[in-house]
Design a protein around this ligand. Sequence first.
Ligand code: ZN
Length: 210
Amino acid sequence: MLGRRCPSCAERIEPAVLFRSRPCPSCGARPSWAALDQAESVVEALAARWGRRRVWAYAVLGLAAGVAGLVPLLSTFVALAFMLALRHAVLVEPLRWFGPARRFTTSFTLQLWLATTGLVTFALDALLGMVPVASFALKGLACLATTALFVEAALWLLRNRVRREAREGPELEAWEWALPTAALGGTLVATGGAVAAFVFLVHVVTGLFR
Ligand SMILES: [Zn+2]
């Protein structure tokens, strides 16, 4: 339980009140600087909760992805299933503590990050399939590395933003919306380029046989 007590009326409150995105349901107060220590202790409790499970989660993942590596591209599905499960278990709850704008931009950034690390996993899985003998062990390690990268970077972002929410309130910093916008723009431009190249190729090939 990550709940704390309201600094004004001492009723039990959820972290969103401490992080100032919502007023206290009992007394209507928005906790101020006085609540910063409590907010910090919630962030630490969150980190400790994942810290206790981290080693086990990664050991199971490495083993499962290695065994799955015997079947082409199955490791990617194992890693993606782990990423989604860990996102649900570790990353979803803190998002509820943010105000609406930060909740949207942070959640969107994490989805783009999941897509990026998922694609890297897929590419590594396909490439390592060509390595003789040791390919399944390498796949296990690669899935472990990309999943850990996804979870740890996502947790870093959440902790960083939760502290910001507690200190400054729910107003966004420029990079919080600029980063996901730029990443999405980059993806759209790359997709547009790939489609244009494909259309051009089809055009050239059909032209050759006319
Ligand atoms: Zn209160």
